[in-house]
Design a protein around this ligand. Structure first.
Ligand code: SF4
Length: 115
């Protein structure tokens, strides 16, 4: 018995595996970016990682900075390294990130209560 495989089916099958691999690789990155650039509780996105250098992104990632802190009692607005911006409750800057932008509702592992 002779089976005939068309060129079309061979071509389609050869495209499916790389496409599935690309989706598999891209999905974890989607979740990470959303977690670090999603709006804080105030609705503002202050730190756009895509506009920062690799060094700046690395510092933020190593300190696990997020725009919306999980604990309302330990957000950037109450941290000794935070400097508020011109609009109350919005974006400010942080000494830990060389004066880079942070969300007043954000958080990182270097949080230290204002004295
Ligand atoms: S050190 Fe962390 S918690 Fe404190 S202001 Fe900077 S980013 Fe926010």
């Amino acid at each position: 018995m002779k089976s005939k495989i068309s060129r079309r089916s061979v071509l389609l099958q050869s495209l499916q595996l790389p496409l599935a691999g690309a989706v598999f690789v891209a999905l974890p990155g989607c979740g990470q970016k959303a977690a670090t650039t999603s709006a804080g509780a105030g609705g503002a996105v202050c730190a756009d990682l895509s506009a920062m250098s690799e060094a700046e992104q690395g510092t933020r990632k190593s300190l696990e900075y997020t725009e919306a802190g999980p604990n309302p009692s330990q957000v950037c607005a109450g941290c000794s390294f935070f400097h508020p911006g011109p609009t109350a409750g919005g974006c400010g800057t942080c000494d830990m990130f060389s004066g880079g932008p942070v969300n007043s509702h954000g958080h990182c592992n270097s949080w230290s209560a204002k004295s």
